[in-house]
Design a protein around this ligand. Structure first.
Ligand code: ADP
Ligand code: ZN
Length: 758
């Protein structure tokens, strides 16, 4: 519905009154400013250039300031009301196809986010700003001039220019005309002044335009029986020409990627495009290399790209010239003109969820897009999300399983080390238990490589005074400070706060302040001290700040120069090094006690994934998992490589507590000064309860202080809304929050299907 009439009461100009006529009316949404859509009249001169999916300039508000909006609708209709007119058309080319417009409209509705904001997030900044392009003058000869060329009185240079132009079918860049005629641009400018040639301005790529050379294409592998079955399932989905979701549950190293590659090949042969989403592509150069080695020309999209590169890739994709798009979460918006298949690898990964508005999950957007395009969606994982698993169990998705590794290679044997008994052993106070140290020694002696994972950065994770009990917290966040070795600093991992690590208690001046709790830096120091004959390398976000350092580190490990790799979950995923024959999990419990209903699932995933880094070569491999609770079902199941048992054990408790996948969830986080934020959160809860009063299946919990109760100086409160029907929840939230205004200094966000529960 158009809101323009409510907002502006303008007197029509007399020449605009003409109710009987059909008008072309454009529906706009704005990225910033008022929500909703607004109708504008398309003036005659813009009729040919305006189009769905282009941005336009239009006057807004009483002051008629010009703002940019997206054209999301166009229709001819008798227009009795007086509409303002569009000012101009901003884009030469459409930024979004009608299908993508529909997808973004769905996102706006589903994620309770203004449509304009969704559009602004979907089209990369580099595309919007036309990064890496510049305005260039193009020259052409008007027909009326071309018709009487011989009659014109021209100098020799001018004659060369018009003769050249007469032989062209398209406008030619000014510099190129000058070059062809062997002159400067001055004579061309002169011809323009006389009206003998025409100029048009167009945006062209300012880059070198040099294409990267592509390596030779490698042949496909011949698939084993399980892989064949999986590929057959995808093929059937492709041939059915209907949407279907296939969940490929395959253990690490079962050859899932090879299946994707051969499915993609089929899609490309039909002249359609395939989109492959992988978590954090910038961290997995191996993945990119693998697709390039098979398909040559691959478009890569991720957020660490320069704007100009991103725009070039985007435009390449839009022309349909590249068949395969590989990228992180946002690649789900790749403007492929004729997509045939979407694949999400490691579909359980949390990085597929965007944590700024629109807070979308790429897996759900992929499903919506695949449904709309009537094409298959393939989800792959060794540890599927319980959401996807549950749907497969209920028959909504087709499940195919690859229970074994390629070449019948066994999954690594996993043993646990009970840290409670280890802790009582007074002789060992380090991070590496005696058993793990023995295994490391043996592995290194045999020439193998070792990966040690600890999901905590820094040196010590707690700084505490034993005399007065003071624990160092960030003054802006309710978070313990972590001691980092560089510069002997105490850092907050949530904001930029840092301070010198104290040598005596800042409260009671006691000199024996304790630094406790284990981070990767301390682990690295311990390993270096205990294994001085072998090169050890640490990989975490602190050590990998410099661009390219990640790839360099992995190369040193691949080449065997580094024998021990120590790191956070950064090293738990995707790496494929056949010589890694031992993996140690230093503390499997780090994520187990998080106030997050997915804590068990995360723990199971992380242990399984890191275990999957070994035994990938012929030498086999083994895993040692240190834990204070080795009997926990998530750890037990991971040790036994038993996803199904894990899921069977975990699902009933999700059902009992009304959590996904049995219910849906909307989370609202309010932040600001303590009083104002809590008061506003209470107000929201009241409104929500009222709006959902007739919905017995919907529950509103809260407000309560969020698990991270204070962040960057702001207090945080959260509200959880549970229910069976997502549409009911959305309607309730919309009704309750439609016209609320938080007090000044209070901010709030709505997160549909939240992943981050802190
Ligand atoms: P996943 O993605 O399930 O972890 P990959 O596709 O990476 O597994 O396969 C693991 C390894 O096995 C890779 O080095 C891959 O090249 C190899 N591989 C996969 N399928 C086959 C096959 N059919 N024949 C030979 N090698 C294979
Ligand atoms: Zn902080």
């Amino acid at each position: 519905m158009s809101q323009q009439q409510n907002l502006f009461e303008l007197q029509p100009a007399p020449w605009e009154v003409d109710d009987a006529r059909e008008e072309l009316v454009a529906k706009l949404v704005f990225a910033t400013g008022p929500e909703g859509d607004f109708d504008y009249r398309v003036p005659e001169k813009l009729r040919d250039t305006v189009a769905l999916g282009k941005r336009v300039r239009a006057p807004l508000g009483r002051s008629n300031r010009l703002v940019t909006g997206y054209c999301v609708g166009l229709e001819n209709r008798p227009e009795p009301r007086q509409l303002k007119s569009l000012h101009s058309v901003f884009d030469e080319r459409k930024l979004l196809s009608p299908q993508m417009l529909a997808l973004t409209e769905w996102m706006a509705d589903y994620y309770l986010c203004p449509w304009g904001k969704v559009l602004e997030a979907v089209v990369p900044a580099g595309v919007r700003t036309q990064a890496g392009t510049r305005n260039t003058k193009f020259v052409s000869l008007p027909n009326r001039v071309a018709a009487r060329l011989t009659e014109l009185k021209l100098t020799a240079t001018q004659r060369r220019i018009v003769t050249f132009l007469a032989g062209q079918t398209h406008p030619v860049p000014l510099a190129q005309v000058a070059q062809a005629a062997g002159c400067t641009t001055a004579p061309i400018q002169n011809l323009h002044k006389k009206g003998l040639v025409e100029f048009v301005s167009r945006r062209v790529d300012s880059g070198s335009g040099v294409e990267r050379s592509h390596p030779m294409r490698e042949p496909h592998l011949s698939l084993n029986a399980d892989q064949e079955v999986a590929l057959e399932a995808i093929r059937a989905a492709l041939e059915s020409r209907e949407h279907q979701t296939v969940l490929v549950h395959g253990v690490t190293g079962s050859g899932k990627t090879e299946i994707y590659i051969q499915a993609i090949d089929e899609v490309l042969r039909f002249g359609r495009q395939a989109i492959v989403l992988v978590p954090e592509i910038s961290l997995t150069p191996q993945t990119e290399a693998r697709f390039r080695s098979r398909f040559g020309n691959v478009a890569v999209l991720h957020s660490h790209q320069r704007d100009a590169d991103r725009r070039r890739q985007w435009e390449q994709i839009a022309t349909g010239r590249v068949g395969l798009v590989v990228g992180a979460r946002s690649a789900i918006f790749a403007p492929t003109p004729n997509p045939g298949l979407i694949i999400l690898d490691e579909e359980h990964e949390t990085s597929f969820k965007q944590e700024t508005a629109p807070r979308y999950h790429a897996r759900d957007v992929a499903l919506a897009r695949a449904q709309a395009e009537n094409i298959p969606l393939v989800l792959g994982s060794a540890t599927p999300s319980l959401e996807s698993w549950h749907r497969a169990q209920r028959g909504q998705y087709r499940l195919v399983s690859l229970p074994g590794r390629v070449f019948g290679r066994p999954l690594p044997g996993v043993g646990t080390i009970d840290l409670r008994t280890e802790f009582q052993d007074r002789r060992n106070r380090g991070a590496v238990s005696r058993q793990l140290a023995l295994a490391m020694t043996a592995t290194l002696k045999e020439g193998g490589q070792v990966i040690l994972m600890l999901n905590r950065r820094g040196y010590s994770t707690h700084i505490q005074c034993p005399a007065c009990g003071m624990a160092m917290e960030c003054p802006r966040c309710a978070i313990a400070l972590t001691h980092h070795l560089e510069g002997h600093m105490a850092l907050c991992h949530y904001c930029d706060y840092q301070t010198k690590a104290p040598t005596q208690c800042p409260e009671c001046q006691f000199a024996g302040i304790h630094y406790r709790g284990l981070g990767t830096q301390r682990l690295e120091a311990e390993v270096k001290a205990r294994f001085p004959d072998y090169e050890t390398l640490r990989m975490d976000t602190d050590a990998m700040r410099k661009p390219g350092s990640h790839e360099a580190a992995l190369n040193r490990f691949r080449e065997g120069e580094v024998r021990i790799l120590v790191g956070t979950q950064m090293i738990a995923k995707g790496l494929d090094f056949p010589n890694v024959t031992l993996v140690g999990v230093i503390n499997a419990d780090t994520a187990l006690h998080f106030p997050d209903f997915r804590a068990s699932e995360r723990t199971f995933q992380l242990v399984t994934q890191v275990a999957g880094r070994t035994g990938r070569g012929e030498q086999g491999g083994r895993v040692l998992v240190q834990s204070f609770s080795p009997e926990h079902p998530a750890i037990l199941a991971a040790v036994r490589h038993d996803y199904a048992t894990f899921a069977e054990g975990e699902l009933p408790s999700r059902e009992e507590h009304g959590y996904p996948p049995f219910a849906c969830l909307v989370r609202i986080v309010v932040r600001g000064s303590e009083m104002a934020a809590e008061g506003f959160a209470e107000d929201l809860v009241r409104r929500l309860r009222e709006a959902l009063a007739d919905e017995p299946a919907a529950r509103v919990l809260g407000p309560a202080p969020a698990p991270i109760a204070k962040l960057r100086g702001e207090y945080r409160f959260h509200i959880q809304i549970h229910g069976c029907d997502p549409a009911v929840l959305r309607r309730g939230v919309r009704a309750a929050t439609g016209n609320v205004k938080p007090p000044e200094d209070v901010q709030w966000i709505v997160d549909v299907d939240p992943v981050d529960m802190l």
